[in-house]
Design a protein around this ligand. Structure first.
Ligand SMILES: O=P(O)(O)OC[C@H]1O[C@H](O[C@H]2O[C@H](CO)[C@@H](O)[C@H](O)[C@H]2O)[C@H](O)[C@@H](O)[C@@H]1O
Length: 247
Protein backbone atom coordinates (compact mmCIF):
# COMPACT_ATOMS: atom_id res chain seq x y z
CA UNK A 1 0.00 0.00 0.00
CA UNK A 2 1.10 3.55 -0.50
CA UNK A 3 0.14 4.27 3.13
CA UNK A 4 0.29 7.99 3.82
CA UNK A 5 1.87 8.54 0.41
CA UNK A 6 -0.42 9.01 -2.57
CA UNK A 7 0.34 8.02 -6.16
CA UNK A 8 0.56 11.76 -6.87
CA UNK A 9 3.72 11.84 -4.72
CA UNK A 10 5.47 9.60 -7.25
CA UNK A 11 4.60 11.07 -10.64
CA UNK A 12 8.16 11.60 -11.91
CA UNK A 13 6.87 13.41 -15.02
CA UNK A 14 6.18 10.22 -16.94
CA UNK A 15 4.81 10.56 -20.46
CA UNK A 16 1.43 8.95 -21.23
CA UNK A 17 1.65 5.17 -20.85
CA UNK A 18 1.15 4.65 -24.59
CA UNK A 19 4.43 6.52 -25.18
CA UNK A 20 6.38 4.81 -22.38
CA UNK A 21 8.47 1.63 -22.17
CA UNK A 22 8.91 0.04 -18.74
CA UNK A 23 12.12 -1.85 -17.98
CA UNK A 24 12.06 -3.24 -14.46
CA UNK A 25 14.52 -4.99 -12.21
CA UNK A 26 13.30 -8.10 -10.37
CA UNK A 27 14.94 -8.78 -6.95
CA UNK A 28 14.49 -5.94 -4.49
CA UNK A 29 12.24 -4.07 -6.94
CA UNK A 30 9.31 -6.16 -8.20
CA UNK A 31 9.75 -8.62 -5.33
CA UNK A 32 11.11 -8.21 -1.82
CA UNK A 33 14.58 -9.52 -1.00
CA UNK A 34 14.37 -13.03 0.51
CA UNK A 35 16.83 -15.21 2.45
CA UNK A 36 17.73 -17.23 -0.67
CA UNK A 37 17.31 -16.69 -4.43
CA UNK A 38 14.69 -19.45 -4.68
CA UNK A 39 12.61 -18.31 -1.72
CA UNK A 40 11.40 -15.00 -3.18
CA UNK A 41 7.64 -14.63 -3.22
CA UNK A 42 5.68 -13.04 -6.04
CA UNK A 43 3.16 -10.96 -4.08
CA UNK A 44 -0.57 -11.19 -4.68
CA UNK A 45 -1.65 -8.77 -7.34
CA UNK A 46 1.76 -8.22 -8.92
CA UNK A 47 1.11 -10.32 -12.02
CA UNK A 48 -2.26 -8.63 -12.59
CA UNK A 49 -0.78 -5.20 -12.22
CA UNK A 50 2.06 -6.07 -14.65
CA UNK A 51 -0.47 -7.45 -17.15
CA UNK A 52 -2.49 -4.24 -16.99
CA UNK A 53 0.66 -2.18 -17.40
CA UNK A 54 1.80 -4.25 -20.38
CA UNK A 55 -1.56 -3.73 -22.06
CA UNK A 56 -1.53 0.00 -21.32
CA UNK A 57 1.98 0.48 -22.71
CA UNK A 58 1.45 -1.51 -25.92
CA UNK A 59 3.52 -4.49 -24.72
CA UNK A 60 6.59 -2.36 -23.97
CA UNK A 61 7.29 -4.09 -20.67
CA UNK A 62 10.59 -5.83 -19.97
CA UNK A 63 12.21 -7.35 -16.92
CA UNK A 64 15.96 -6.74 -16.74
CA UNK A 65 17.52 -9.02 -14.16
CA UNK A 66 20.79 -10.43 -12.95
CA UNK A 67 19.08 -13.81 -12.85
CA UNK A 68 19.03 -16.25 -15.75
CA UNK A 69 15.91 -15.90 -17.97
CA UNK A 70 14.49 -19.29 -16.92
CA UNK A 71 14.24 -18.08 -13.34
CA UNK A 72 12.31 -14.97 -14.38
CA UNK A 73 10.02 -17.23 -16.44
CA UNK A 74 9.53 -19.41 -13.37
CA UNK A 75 8.40 -16.45 -11.25
CA UNK A 76 6.60 -14.26 -13.80
CA UNK A 77 5.56 -16.66 -16.58
CA UNK A 78 4.70 -14.93 -19.84
CA UNK A 79 3.75 -11.63 -18.20
CA UNK A 80 6.72 -9.50 -19.32
CA UNK A 81 6.97 -9.05 -23.11
CA UNK A 82 10.78 -9.16 -23.08
CA UNK A 83 13.32 -10.44 -20.59
CA UNK A 84 17.02 -9.67 -20.22
CA UNK A 85 18.80 -12.14 -17.97
CA UNK A 86 22.23 -12.20 -16.35
CA UNK A 87 22.53 -8.43 -16.73
CA UNK A 88 22.19 -8.70 -20.53
CA UNK A 89 24.20 -11.87 -21.24
CA UNK A 90 20.90 -13.35 -22.50
CA UNK A 91 18.04 -11.36 -24.03
CA UNK A 92 14.65 -12.56 -25.27
CA UNK A 93 13.07 -9.69 -27.16
CA UNK A 94 9.53 -11.09 -27.41
CA UNK A 95 7.43 -13.88 -25.91
CA UNK A 96 8.47 -17.27 -27.29
CA UNK A 97 11.26 -15.65 -29.32
CA UNK A 98 14.85 -16.87 -29.50
CA UNK A 99 17.26 -15.99 -26.72
CA UNK A 100 20.05 -13.75 -28.03
CA UNK A 101 23.31 -14.48 -26.24
CA UNK A 102 26.29 -12.15 -25.98
CA UNK A 103 29.71 -13.50 -26.93
CA UNK A 104 31.40 -14.35 -23.65
CA UNK A 105 34.99 -14.74 -22.52
CA UNK A 106 35.79 -18.17 -21.09
CA UNK A 107 35.43 -18.25 -17.35
CA UNK A 108 38.63 -19.82 -15.97
CA UNK A 109 37.47 -23.20 -14.60
CA UNK A 110 40.03 -23.01 -11.79
CA UNK A 111 38.16 -19.99 -10.34
CA UNK A 112 35.06 -22.09 -9.92
CA UNK A 113 37.02 -24.97 -8.40
CA UNK A 114 38.76 -22.61 -6.00
CA UNK A 115 35.45 -20.90 -5.15
CA UNK A 116 33.84 -24.27 -4.35
CA UNK A 117 36.78 -25.20 -2.12
CA UNK A 118 36.68 -21.85 -0.34
CA UNK A 119 32.91 -21.89 0.19
CA UNK A 120 33.15 -25.39 1.64
CA UNK A 121 35.12 -23.83 4.50
CA UNK A 122 32.58 -21.04 5.08
CA UNK A 123 29.25 -22.43 6.32
CA UNK A 124 26.20 -20.51 5.12
CA UNK A 125 27.85 -19.21 1.94
CA UNK A 126 26.78 -20.47 -1.45
CA UNK A 127 27.84 -20.38 -5.05
CA UNK A 128 25.50 -19.45 -7.90
CA UNK A 129 26.97 -20.39 -11.26
CA UNK A 130 25.72 -18.40 -14.26
CA UNK A 131 26.42 -18.59 -17.98
CA UNK A 132 28.88 -15.71 -17.92
CA UNK A 133 30.22 -15.79 -14.38
CA UNK A 134 29.25 -16.61 -10.82
CA UNK A 135 27.95 -15.15 -7.57
CA UNK A 136 29.33 -15.71 -4.08
CA UNK A 137 26.37 -15.34 -1.70
CA UNK A 138 26.95 -14.59 1.98
CA UNK A 139 23.50 -13.49 3.22
CA UNK A 140 23.49 -16.35 5.74
CA UNK A 141 27.15 -15.78 6.67
CA UNK A 142 27.85 -12.03 6.66
CA UNK A 143 31.17 -12.58 8.47
CA UNK A 144 32.47 -14.26 5.28
CA UNK A 145 32.01 -11.16 3.14
CA UNK A 146 35.58 -9.89 3.33
CA UNK A 147 37.20 -13.30 2.79
CA UNK A 148 35.07 -13.83 -0.30
CA UNK A 149 35.75 -10.33 -1.61
CA UNK A 150 39.52 -10.80 -1.33
CA UNK A 151 39.43 -14.11 -3.18
CA UNK A 152 37.17 -12.74 -5.91
CA UNK A 153 39.31 -9.63 -6.24
CA UNK A 154 42.40 -11.79 -6.85
CA UNK A 155 40.70 -13.84 -9.58
CA UNK A 156 39.38 -10.76 -11.34
CA UNK A 157 42.78 -9.02 -11.22
CA UNK A 158 44.31 -12.01 -13.04
CA UNK A 159 41.83 -11.48 -15.90
CA UNK A 160 43.29 -8.03 -16.71
CA UNK A 161 39.92 -6.40 -17.23
CA UNK A 162 38.10 -9.28 -18.92
CA UNK A 163 35.99 -9.91 -15.82
CA UNK A 164 34.70 -7.48 -13.21
CA UNK A 165 33.83 -7.88 -9.54
CA UNK A 166 30.54 -6.24 -8.56
CA UNK A 167 29.05 -5.77 -5.13
CA UNK A 168 25.51 -7.16 -5.08
CA UNK A 169 23.09 -7.52 -2.16
CA UNK A 170 24.93 -9.70 0.39
CA UNK A 171 26.86 -11.20 -2.52
CA UNK A 172 29.85 -10.63 -4.80
CA UNK A 173 29.33 -11.20 -8.48
CA UNK A 174 32.03 -11.93 -11.06
CA UNK A 175 30.83 -10.91 -14.51
CA UNK A 176 32.29 -10.42 -18.00
CA UNK A 177 33.24 -6.77 -18.54
CA UNK A 178 31.17 -4.77 -21.02
CA UNK A 179 27.89 -6.61 -20.50
CA UNK A 180 25.71 -4.84 -18.01
CA UNK A 181 22.15 -3.67 -17.56
CA UNK A 182 22.89 -0.49 -19.52
CA UNK A 183 23.86 -2.64 -22.50
CA UNK A 184 20.70 -4.73 -21.98
CA UNK A 185 18.41 -1.71 -21.88
CA UNK A 186 20.03 -0.19 -24.98
CA UNK A 187 19.54 -3.43 -26.95
CA UNK A 188 15.92 -3.81 -25.82
CA UNK A 189 15.15 -0.24 -26.83
CA UNK A 190 16.32 -0.97 -30.40
CA UNK A 191 13.41 -3.35 -31.10
CA UNK A 192 9.65 -2.94 -31.28
CA UNK A 193 7.56 -2.36 -29.24
CA UNK A 194 10.21 -0.48 -27.22
CA UNK A 195 11.74 1.67 -29.99
CA UNK A 196 10.58 5.28 -30.07
CA UNK A 197 9.19 5.20 -26.54
CA UNK A 198 10.52 6.93 -23.47
CA UNK A 199 12.22 4.30 -21.29
CA UNK A 200 11.49 4.12 -17.57
CA UNK A 201 13.83 1.86 -15.59
CA UNK A 202 13.41 1.06 -11.91
CA UNK A 203 15.98 -0.87 -9.86
CA UNK A 204 17.45 -1.13 -6.40
CA UNK A 205 21.03 -2.27 -6.64
CA UNK A 206 24.51 -1.14 -7.71
CA UNK A 207 24.14 -3.29 -10.84
CA UNK A 208 21.03 -1.27 -11.79
CA UNK A 209 22.97 1.98 -12.02
CA UNK A 210 24.21 1.19 -15.54
CA UNK A 211 20.58 0.90 -16.69
CA UNK A 212 19.56 4.05 -14.86
CA UNK A 213 22.40 5.95 -16.56
CA UNK A 214 21.50 4.43 -19.96
CA UNK A 215 17.81 5.40 -19.84
CA UNK A 216 18.72 8.91 -18.68
CA UNK A 217 21.08 9.24 -21.67
CA UNK A 218 18.12 8.27 -23.85
CA UNK A 219 15.99 11.02 -22.31
CA UNK A 220 14.12 8.54 -20.14
CA UNK A 221 13.52 8.19 -16.43
CA UNK A 222 15.77 6.12 -14.14
CA UNK A 223 14.48 5.49 -10.63
CA UNK A 224 15.88 3.68 -7.66
CA UNK A 225 14.72 2.01 -4.48
CA UNK A 226 15.07 3.35 -1.78
CA UNK A 227 15.87 6.89 -2.98
CA UNK A 228 12.78 7.25 -5.19
CA UNK A 229 10.52 4.58 -3.68
CA UNK A 230 11.25 3.68 -0.04
CA UNK A 231 10.44 -0.03 -0.45
CA UNK A 232 9.53 -2.58 -3.16
CA UNK A 233 6.03 -2.68 -1.69
CA UNK A 234 5.56 1.06 -2.21
CA UNK A 235 7.00 0.73 -5.71
CA UNK A 236 4.50 -2.07 -6.49
CA UNK A 237 1.63 0.06 -5.19
CA UNK A 238 2.77 2.92 -7.43
CA UNK A 239 3.01 0.56 -10.40
CA UNK A 240 -0.53 -0.68 -9.77
CA UNK A 241 -1.76 2.91 -9.44
CA UNK A 242 -0.49 3.74 -12.95
CA UNK A 243 -3.28 1.63 -14.43
CA UNK A 244 -5.83 2.57 -11.80
CA UNK A 245 -5.54 -0.70 -9.90
CA UNK A 246 -4.89 -1.39 -6.27
CA UNK A 247 -3.04 -4.22 -4.64
O1 LIG B 1 18.95 -7.95 -11.05
P1 LIG B 1 18.01 -8.55 -10.05
O2 LIG B 1 16.76 -9.10 -10.65
O3 LIG B 1 17.74 -7.62 -8.91
O4 LIG B 1 18.80 -9.81 -9.45
C1 LIG B 1 19.95 -9.57 -8.62
C2 LIG B 1 20.41 -10.87 -8.01
O5 LIG B 1 19.29 -11.40 -7.31
C3 LIG B 1 19.45 -12.63 -6.65
O6 LIG B 1 20.22 -12.45 -5.47
C4 LIG B 1 19.71 -11.44 -4.60
O7 LIG B 1 18.35 -11.72 -4.24
C5 LIG B 1 18.15 -12.92 -3.44
C6 LIG B 1 16.65 -13.08 -3.21
O8 LIG B 1 16.09 -11.95 -2.61
C7 LIG B 1 18.92 -12.77 -2.12
O9 LIG B 1 18.74 -13.95 -1.33
C8 LIG B 1 20.41 -12.53 -2.42
O10 LIG B 1 21.10 -12.26 -1.20
C9 LIG B 1 20.58 -11.33 -3.35
O11 LIG B 1 21.94 -11.15 -3.72
C10 LIG B 1 20.06 -13.68 -7.56
O12 LIG B 1 20.45 -14.80 -6.82
C11 LIG B 1 21.24 -13.15 -8.37
O13 LIG B 1 21.59 -14.10 -9.38
C12 LIG B 1 20.86 -11.86 -9.07
O14 LIG B 1 21.98 -11.35 -9.78
Amino acid sequence: MLGSLGAQDFRFHLPPLNETAFLLDFDGTLVDIAPTPESVVVPNGLLDSLRRLREACGDALAVVSGRPIDQIDHFLGDVPFAVAGEHGVAIRHRPGGPIERAALPTLPPEWLAQARDLLATLPGTRLEHKEGGFVLHYRAAPEAAETLRKAADEWVKQSKGTFLLLPAKMAWEIRPAGIDKGYAVSLLMESPPFTGRKPVFVGDDVTDEDAIAAVRRMGGVGLRIPSDFPTPSIFRAWLASLTGGSR
